[in-house]
Design a protein around this ligand. Structure first.
Ligand SMILES: C[S@@+](CC[C@H](N)C(=O)[O-])C[C@H]1O[C@@H](n2cnc3c(N)ncnc32)[C@H](O)[C@@H]1O
Length: 221
């Protein structure tokens, strides 16, 4: 008897090959991520890559970085992988299926030179608060994974995410370098060429809704 296919993108994910890094391989790559790329370069991570616009775009802007995207949904992984190929950044961009709550399993302390969160789900209702990624547990992990002196950047349509981030870092070695409400009106707090418009960002901007940005620095020591 043939069972109906549960998620057609599961098969596509499994068959895709590079630039998709399978979850099992990601665990083995902990501390030695350079082996998954064409050459050893600083590793930057985007969490929740969605359709991969930022991942492929930033890899194109920075060929001297290795850029890893983490995403949970099979369909979006496949779309992001296609985008990596379409942008011609197979050398320095990879996408992995992993749950953002468990990144400690695939990234060693100090392995990251940059961390990017673009429109993380804000989970505004109190009954969903435990789903909010921007929490002390996450900030503690980020402080371990990021090299001292490196940046964590947050782009979001939700000011609730700003507040969540401020609270999350209270006991952690981060300083807020910039916090900009309405990037369209006030400009971006990062180099203009690194302003890659993501899928969600485009949706909000089309509706005339503001998008905000925050830059944090992992303090020395
Ligand atoms: C609101 S979307 C933003 C997508 C993209 N960054 C953008 O700006 O267009 C949030 C993304 O995070 C992913 N995501 C949510 N929870 C996750 C988790 N625990 N681990 C990895 N990815 C997750 C979702 O599947 C989704 O693609």
């Amino acid at each position: 008897m043939q069972f109906p296919e549960f998620n057609p993108y599961l098969r596509k994910y499994e068959e895709f090959g590079s630039p998709v890094v399978r979850s099992e391989a990601a665990v083995g790559a902990r501390g030695v991520w350079a082996r998954q790329f064409a050459q050893e370069q600083p590793l930057h991570l985007e969490i929740g890559s969605g359709n991969g616009f930022f991942l492929a775009g930033i890899a194109q802007v920075h060929p001297e970085w290795n850029v890893l995207g983490v995403e949970i949904r099979f369909k979006r992984i496949v779309t992001a992988a296609k985008k990596i190929r379409a942008f011609g950044v197979e050398r320095n961009a990879r996408i992995v299926r992993y749950d953002a709550w468990w990144l400690d399993e695939i990234l060693a302390p100090g392995e990251l030179s940059g961390l990017y969160l673009n429109h993380p789900d804000p989970w505004p209702k109190d009954k969903h608060a435990r789903n909010r990624l921007l929490c002390p547990f996450f900030a503690q992990w980020a402080a371990i994974a990021l090299r001292p002196g490196s940046e964590l950047r947050l782009k979001t349509d939700s000011l609730l995410n700003f507040r969540q981030m401020e609270l999350a870092i209270v006991d952690q070695p981060f300083e807020i370098l910039a916090q900009v409400e309405d990037l369209g009106r006030n400009g971006v707090p990062w180099p203009e060429r690194e302003e890659i418009v993501t899928n969600f960002q485009r949706k909000f901007e089309r509706k005339g809704l503001p998008v905000h940005g925050m830059v944090l620095r992992r303090r020395e020591g």
